[in-house]
Design a protein around this ligand. Structure first.
Ligand code: PLP
Length: 368
């Protein structure tokens, strides 16, 4: 009998149910003759605002650009300090550096993988101007506590929502708590395009107005440039694809939630550290992280049994070659511990319940 194979992700399979609708949308785009900032971008922005209950959505070229433009329009003093998790994807930190601000790394709560409000308080100085929260793996940060700290110290909040489309806390969606929400629609995201794409959410008329300028060369009227802007426009073709998939985002998140429920109830919790699920949080499990002290051996064992996994992430930002000089002599033990032991299990919309049953069975028979 041939061995069962479980992909970590299979984008063709994931997108297959939408192919007919994609083709219709792409056909309409091609035939419209309008290829930049047209009806599909506007339509997606409106749909995404309605979905999140945010006043504005501004489509941009990527998640990184959403963070860069979002930080830029806040007009924070150059060189001021921005608090950011020590265990995030590099884009969050890169965006801070790119706009001339100073990233200050904050350790997470180990079990939650998200920013520790207690640590935030400890690192605030007279130069701190903002907090970039990252709702990592699809779980929201402790936003009530973080908002209280930000108010107390007059700090701006930017939410990195690249991994949390549709996630909520007390019924309120990611991207609607802070001044700015930054989304990535990279193909593997819970809401993924067929290429690079991103968006910013905000309730501020002033910030939205600036962002509509900034993403388009600082211009709203052709050849008149009010600001020194960027070329970072959400593409019409991608916007059409995203409009199709947004209709199914809740169903896709529901599927991932059901798979997570299986892992949570059936994996041997005495051997693996499993994600915590808390009341009032709707987690969308962009990633299902488990931890084990012999992570690399476990990964190899899964692979020999036909199961592909990923590591999010193998090297923490402060130890990345290009970034080391930004954090000289600094250590982040919680973050380092997570990076050395974390393993992401298959939990795609394209992963079946049968696949997950198999992964559980193999994991529970690992001889550690
Ligand atoms: C937490 C986080 N922030 C930002 C990004 C950047 O998004 P993009 O790849 O669309 O630039 C990603 C994903 O790639 C991410 O996971």
């Amino acid at each position: 009998m041939s061995q069962k194979l479980v992909d970590y992700e299979n984008l063709k399979k994931l997108n297959q149910p939408f192919f007919a609708e994609f083709q219709q949308s792409l056909k309409e785009s091609v035939e419209s003759g309008w290829y930049i900032l047209g009806n599909r971008v506007k339509g997606f922005e409106d749909d995404f605002s309605t979905y999140n209950k945010s006043k504005f959505t501004i489509g941009v070229a990527s998640g990184l650009d959403a963070l860069i433009l979002g930080l830029e329009v806040l007009g924070l003093p150059k060189g001021s300090e921005v608090l950011v998790p020590s265990n995030t994807y590099i884009a969050t930190i890169l965006a801070i550096v790119r706009v001339g601000l100073k990233p200050v790394l904050i350790e997470p709560i180990e079990q939650e993988y998200n920013l520790d409000p207690f640590e935030i308080r400890k690192r605030i100085t007279s130069s701190t101007t903002a907090i970039v929260v990252v709702h990592l793996y699809g779980k929201l940060c402790r936003m009530n506590e973080i908002i209280a700290i930000a108010k107390e110290h007059e700090l701006k909040i930017i939410e990195d929502c690249a991994q949390s489309h549709g996630s909520s806390y007390q019924g309120k969606k990611a991207g609607t708590f802070g001044d700015i929400g930054a989304f990535s629609f990279y193909p593997t995201k819970n809401l993924g395009a067929l290429g690079d794409a991103g968006a910013i959410t905000t309730d501020s008329d002033e910030l939205a107005d600036k962002l509509f300028y900034f993403r388009n060369y600082g211009s709203k009227t052709k050849y008149y440039n009010k600001y020194i802007g960027y070329n970072s426009r959400l593409d019409e073709l991608q916007a059409g694809i995203l409009r199709v998939k947004l209709k199914y985002l809740d169903a896709m998140n529901q599927h991932k939630n059901e798979l997570a429920g299986m892992y949570l109830s059936k994996l041997d919790a005495s051997r693996y550290i499993l994600p915590v699920v808390q009341q009032d949080y709707f987690d969308t499990f962009h990633i299902f992280p488990i931890r084990h002290p012999r992570r690399d051996a476990l990964r190899e064992y899964l692979l020999t049994n036909g199961i592909k996994t990923e590591i999010h992430y193998p090297v923490p930002p402060h130890q990345q070659e290009g970034y080391k000089d930004l954090f000289p002599g600094q250590s982040y033990p919680i973050s380092e511990k997570i990076h050395h032991s974390v393993l992401s299990l298959p939990i795609s919309y394209a992963t079946s319940k049968e696949d997950v049953e198999y992964v559980i069975q193999i994991l529970n028979s690992f001889e550690d």
